[in-house]
Design a binder for this molecule. Sequence first.
Ligand code: SF4
Length: 376
Amino acid sequence: MKSRALELGFDAVGVAPVEPLEARAHYEAWLEAGRHGEMHWLASEQHRERRADPSRLVAGIRAVVCVALCHPPDRDAARDERLGRIARYAVGEDYHRIMKDKLLELERWIQRELFPGSGSLWYADTGAILERGWAERAGLGWVGKHAGVLSEALGSWFLLGEVLVDHELVPDAPVAERCGTCARCLDGCPTRAIVAPYQVDARRCISYLTIEHKGPIPRELRPLIGDWVFGCDVCQEVCPWNRFAPPAREARLHAASLDGWSLARFLTLDQPAFLELFATSPIRRADRAGFLRNVCVALGNRGELEHIPALDRALSGDRDALVRGHAAWALGRLVEALPANATARIRAREALRLAADADPDPWARDEAAFAASALA
Ligand code: SF4
């Protein structure tokens, strides 16, 4: 079964016996503290019950087969320059689609060759299962202080998937935690979202804020986001174990072509164009308004004055209040360092005052008024 999993392109495979997971208590405490932000489904009764008892997912479950699939460990600085930073796992095709293809094939092979007639179910970030807890139990790695799984062999640039089976399999031994006294991820996090070892407060996490969070990004966090437009890799970039990360074998996870696109051009995307451009990309998950909100924040933080016209157009003409409000913030941030009599600053203030009076949305009006007042 392991050979078959590796043949299918997975980079590691391990087996966890079905026993109560220590990770569960930790996870419940995280939910109790409200650190899941607006991901309310994680705290639902149904989700909690299923997570606590995997036999609700597969009757008679005896083992969890855990797999890891490596995504690219490197960045393309020239691409980042044009597009803003996109988390490495998200530069190619949506990993859910890739995992689904591979896990389905593994599941079918188990049902056909290994345990004919058996019951099983696959997961890849798709359901009520403690993926990291099972991966740790299956010996794929340990949960690091940044709350992700990492290993000596793979570092942490990998994605997780599982097949739950109703037959016994020889379990793998968990590996020892190797973070030691290191705390680089806690110190390196731009928004201080890792509030204690193994405790990430999603409400401050750039990944959460740029993907799952659907409303305005809190004003005090916007400057800390830099030019991340979808996800964030900082806690993994600083991790010493990633010096040993292997290249990604899976071609579909390599960067998709976005030739001709730039941060400013992203602001011209209407809904159909957004859906077409990101048809197979995980970026669809942020929705058009969320992604363009992130683009505005990135443009504000990059401080490049040539982007004033693009933000101006978004401020006055975007169909989403969320985008107009963040364009207001970004425009104000771009010109705030200019002298009070600089033409660009005076024009930006006028545009912001106009939006503060005329925007149909009260929140966007408030953002524009706030940005205009900072330039007064
Ligand atoms: S940066 Fe250090 S503390 Fe954080 S996960 Fe890596 S080894 Fe562990």
